[in-house]
Design a protein around this ligand. Structure first.
Ligand code: FAD
Length: 222
């Protein structure tokens, strides 16, 4: 089933990430961490479905997506750049298996943060966020989505790593087994990973070398 919704607000969160807020259809149900196929109600684009994750919570009276755009490529995200409030989107099927199972270390790359935005908002609402950690990998500081929000939510449990920029207070390079090991403790059983495929593969290998068994690895590929 698909729902046609009006865009209420569309703005830049970072230089290449849009925040899109739409109406919430009454029949729409989803869990924190889940995504939906989205298309544009624009001639020629209605059947071009792409997956985006809800960063709003199921109880909110609006729907929000945070979407990284690829303007060098005439795909759906480039088209989103030409939309404004009042334009419409189709929200098609809801799907996605990533969900909170217990305290752990969340590891995200770039737009791979989106399922964790919803999951962490939900945990905060239930007073269950404490102790969880987030390792967020980006190219530069300018690419970090919602940095201030995560700092407020997580304090010292928010660890940033930048691959293309050296900055005080931020680790430099890619996520390594040593970086993960330095954050591990006996309360944090689960490892939640979401990002581009090469990053996911590298981190899964690192977790195996650190002795983490598959049942404690929760993943979503982007
Ligand atoms: C379950 C799930 C949830 C997701 N949730 C989100 C989310 O919440 N937010 C978000 O930002 N993304 C999310 N994604 C990723 C998102 O679906 C893709 O970024 C999106 O489909 C891109 O659509 P597009 O039509 O713009 O590009 P497509 O045509 O689908 O191609 C996108 C890919 O092409 C590459 N590319 C860029 N420029 C070029 C070029 N010139 N030529 C060829 N290739 C190029 C990019 O690296 C990119 O990976 C999610 C993906 C999945 C599977």
């Amino acid at each position: 089933m698909s729902n046609l919704v009006k865009i209420k607000k569309i703005e830049h969160l970072t230089h290449d990430v849009l925040r899109i807020v739409t109406e919430k259809p009454e029949s729409l149900n989803y869990q924190p961490g889940q995504a939906a196929d989205i298309s544009l109600n624009k001639e020629g684009w209605e059947q071009e479905l792409r997956a985006f994750t809800f960063v709003s919570l199921p109880g909110d009276d609006y729907v929000e997506f945070n979407i990284k755009v690829y303007p060098s490529h005439n795909g759906v995200t480039n088209q989103l750049l030409s939309l404004s409030a009042g334009n419409e989107l189709f929200i098609h099927d809801v799907f996605g298996d990533i969900a909170y199972k217990g305290k752990g270390i969340f590891i995200a790359g770039g737009a791979g943060i989106t399922p964790f935005i919803a999951i962490m908002k939900d945990l905060e609402k239930q007073n269950k966020l404490g102790g969880n950690k987030l390792i967020f990998a980006n190219k530069t500081k300018a690419d970090i989505i919602r940095e201030d929000d995560f700092r407020k939510l997580l304090g010292n449990n928010f660890i940033n790593i930048l691959s293309d920029e050296t900055r005080e207070g931020y680790s430099h390079g890619f996520v390594t087994a040593d970086l993960i090991k330095g954050q591990m403790n006996s309360d944090l059983n689960y490892f939640y990973i979401c990002g581009p495929d090469p990053m996911m593969e590298a981190i899964e290998k690192q977790l195996v070398t650190l002795g983490v068994s598959q049942e404690f690895i929760v993943r979503e590929g982007f």
